[in-house]
Design a protein around this ligand. Structure first.
Ligand SMILES: Nc1ncnc2c1ncn2[C@@H]1O[C@H](COP(=O)(O)OP(=O)(O)OP(=O)(O)O)[C@@H](O)[C@H]1O
Ligand SMILES: [Mg+2]
Length: 249
C-alpha cells in the first residue's frame, strides 16, 4: 500500500552537506507492523519525516495506494520522538488535535478522542495536563492523538526511547494490544534490537549514516507475545547484533 522508491536526502548548508538518506526503497504492506532499526543519528527521523511529508526528499518518490505523496496527508499520522503535546492543553484537548483540521463537530471530535483515550488506557485522565502525566502516559496521549486522526498509517519515531526500562516493556506490550484492537499500518523506528524483535512483523535494519537498507528480517512467523529469552528470539537477536556496526566512542 505504501511504496517508497529510491528515496535520498542531502541537507545542504554553508558548513558542508550532510547525506542523511541514500537510496531507500521499501514496500509496506497493509496493517503491517514494520520496524525500522538503525543506529543513533543515522537518518531515521529524517526518513519518517519524509514519509510524513514534513521533509522533502532530494530524490525519489513515495506512493500511497498508488498515488504520489507530495506533502502532509490526512492518511498518515505521526507519534513523535518527543511527545509534542501542548503543555497548556489537557489530555483530551491534545487528543482532539488529531481532528483539528477536519470538518468534524465538537461533539463528534470529543467522542472519537474519548474512544482512543479509553483504548490507550487513559480513562479518567481526560482533564489532566501533560505535566501531571508520567512519560508513559504522555506517549499514550500521543498515540491516542494519532489514532483520533483515523489514519491508514501511523508513524512512530522512537516513541518509547525516553522511558525507563520497566515502562518501556509495558508500553511495548501496550502498543501491540492497541494495534491488535485497531489494526493499522505502523512504521515504528527504534535503535533497540530487543524492541524491534518484540514488535515487528518485519524489521528493516538501516546502516550508519547515510541510512540505507542493510538487511530485512521477516519475523511474521514468530508468534506473539514474544519471550525475550526464547531460543528463537535470542537467535534472531544474535543474528541482528552481529550485523550491527558498533562504533566505540
Ligand atoms: N533540518 C536539518 N538540517 C540539517 N541537517 C539535518 C537536519 N535534520 C537532520 N539533519 C542531520 O541529518 C542526520 C540524520 O538526522 P536524524 O535526526 O534523521 O537521525 P536519527 O537517526 O533520527 O537520530 P537519533 O537517533 O538521534 O534520533 C544528522 O546528521 C542530522 O544532523
Ligand atoms: Mg531521530
Amino acid at each position: 500500500m505504501l511504496e517508497v522508491d529510491h528515496i535520498a536526502k542531502t541537507f545542504f548548508s554553508d558548513k558542508g552537506d550532510t547525506d542523511a538518506i541514500e537510496n531507500i526503497s521499501i514496500d509496506v504492506k497493509e496493517n503491517e507492523f514494520l520496524v525500522l532499526l538503525g543506529p543513533g543519528q543515522c537518518g531515521k527521523s529524517t526518513f519518517l519525516n519524509i514519509i510524513a511529508g514534513l521533509v522533502k526528499p532530494t530524490s525519489g518518490t513515495i506512493k500511497l495506494d498508488g498515488k504520489p505523496i507530495t506533502g502532509t496527508d490526512p492518511r498518515i499520522a505521526m507519534v513523535f520522538q518527543k511527545t509534542g503535546l501542548y503543555e497548556w492543553k489537557t489530555a483530551m484537548q491534545n487528543a482532539e488535535l488529531g481532528l483539528k483540521y477536519r470538518k468534524v463537530s465538537k461533539a463528534e471530535r470529543r467522542e472519537i478522542a474519548q474512544k482512543y483515550l479509553d483504548l490507550v488506557g487513559l480513562h479518567g485522565f481526560e482533564n489532566a495536563y501533560p505535566h501531571a502525566l508520567s512519560g508513559g502516559m504522555k506517549q499514550r496521549v500521543g498515540i491516542a492523538r494519532a489514532y483520533t486522526a483515523n489514519p491508514e498509517i501511523l508513524l512512530m519515531d522512537e516513541p518509547f526511547g525516553a522511558l525507563d526500562a520497566q515502562t518501556r516493556y509495558a508500553m511495548e506490550e501496550e502498543i501491540l494490544r492497541i494495534w491488535n484492537a485497531e489494526k493499522r499500518t505502523i512504521i515504528f523506528v527504534t535503535n533497540n534490537i530487543e524492541e524491534a524483535i518484540t514488535l515487528g512483523d518485519r524489521v528493516i535494519q538501516f546502516t550508519e549514516r547515510p541510512a540505507t537498507v542493510k538487511k530485512i528480517y521477516d519475523l511474521s512467523s514468530l508468534a506473539r507475545p514474544r519471550s525475550q529469552v526464547s531460543p528463537e528470539f535470542l537467535r534472531i537477536r544474535q543474528e541482528i547484533a552481529s550485523n550491527e556496526e558498533l562504533t566505540l566512542e
